[in-house]
Design a protein around this ligand. Structure first.
Ligand code: NCD
Length: 302
């Protein structure tokens, strides 16, 4: 039997994506999630191995598993044998020997998820891979936009901030583009993406230029943990040219505001903006549970 993985958004066809979004929509209500839990995945066992910090992704995978009757166990990577020098391969084989069906994994190294999938019999679910991929984030972003705007096709989404070091920029722009959105970006030179994926993408000079164009702005945190040590960011200039401020919300009340979290409050976004109607950041989190339920169902239902 071939074990199904979710390593990258490129593992999913447009049809797969639409099916996952349709499935996710069945558990959403206008202000939350259906109260009903199921036992659909009862007996399935997930392990969550996060080698980088997480709040939303970790909790939403745990919540999704719980709502489907699967068990999830968190592997505390700090304080584990990894710190004694155990190799990743040996750690994975050790986890596998305990009978888990799937491993949800976040790690700072690009390519490591694919490597793990090549030698484990567990389903590998990518919960964040360096600056490369974050497929379930892309699904939840698409799900949130589709709910609010009715469709993604033809909608204009501007990704603003540190795209260069962002896995979210890569996965989310891939999914939105394939669903027919017009995706543009806006970033200072030091944080602008350099890979071919963005070569033909429209670029705006600053947030003031982007707002009259966009249906949604997708803000990104400056990924300090991935910045080369010689990068100097002038945060006053950053705020002036790239931050979404309260005055922008007042001037462009129809523009939707999104962010994968965690938010750099009063850096890339004014804290007061978080509570506005046009801000979907908390709704994105709810969609995160719904799409992760859909992904677990797709991968683990026999
Ligand atoms: C992001 C991540 O870790 O990739 N957050 C998330 O999963 N919701 C983005 C970030 O850390 O800036």
């Amino acid at each position: 039997m071939v074990v199904p993985h979710l390593l990258s958004t490129s593992d999913l066809s447009v049809e797969d994506i639409n099916n996952l979004l349709d499935d996710a929509a069945t558990v959403l209500t206008p202000d939350g999630l259906q109260p009903k839990h199921s036992t659909e995945l009862s007996g399935k066992r997930l392990v969550l191995a996060f080698f980088e910090p997480s709040t939303r992704t970790r909790l939403s995978f745990e919540t999704a598993a719980d709502r489907l009757g699967a068990s999830s166990i968190f592997f505390q990577t700090t304080g584990s044998s990894v710190e004694k020098g155990e190799t990743m391969r040996e750690t994975i084989h050790t986890i596998q020997a305990m009978g888990f069906d799937a491993i949800v994994i976040r790690h700072a190294t690009n390519g490591i998820h694919g490597e793990i999938a090549s030698y484990t019999s567990m389903s590998v679910i990518n919960a964040g891979e360096g600056s490369a991929q974050h497929p379930t984030q892309a699904l939840l972003d698409a799900s949130t936009i589709r709910e609010r705007l009715g469709t993604i096709d033809g909608k204009r989404v501007a990704i603003v901030g540190d795209l260069r070091h962002s896995r979210v920029a890569r996965s989310t722009s891939d999914v939105l583009t394939r669903l027919g959105a017009d995706v543009a970006f806006c970033a200072p030179d030091a944080l602008a993406p350099q890979d071919p994926q963005f070569a033909d993408m429209q670029r705006f000079a600053n947030i003031e230029d982007v707002l009259p164009w966009a249906d949604a702005v997708y803000l990104l945190r400056v990924q300090h943990e991935r910045l080369p040590s010689d990068t100097i960011i002038d945060f006053d200039a950053y705020r002036r040219f790239y931050a979404f401020r309260m005055e922008h919300a007042q001037k462009f009340p129809h523009v939707l505001i999104m962010h994968p979290g965690p938010v750099g409050a009063n850096v890339e976004i004014d804290e007061d903006v978080l509570n506005l109607q046009q801000c979907l950041i908390h709704r994105q989190v709810t969609h995160g549970v719904a799409v992760r339920m859909a992904v677990l169902r797709k991968l683990l239902r026999n």
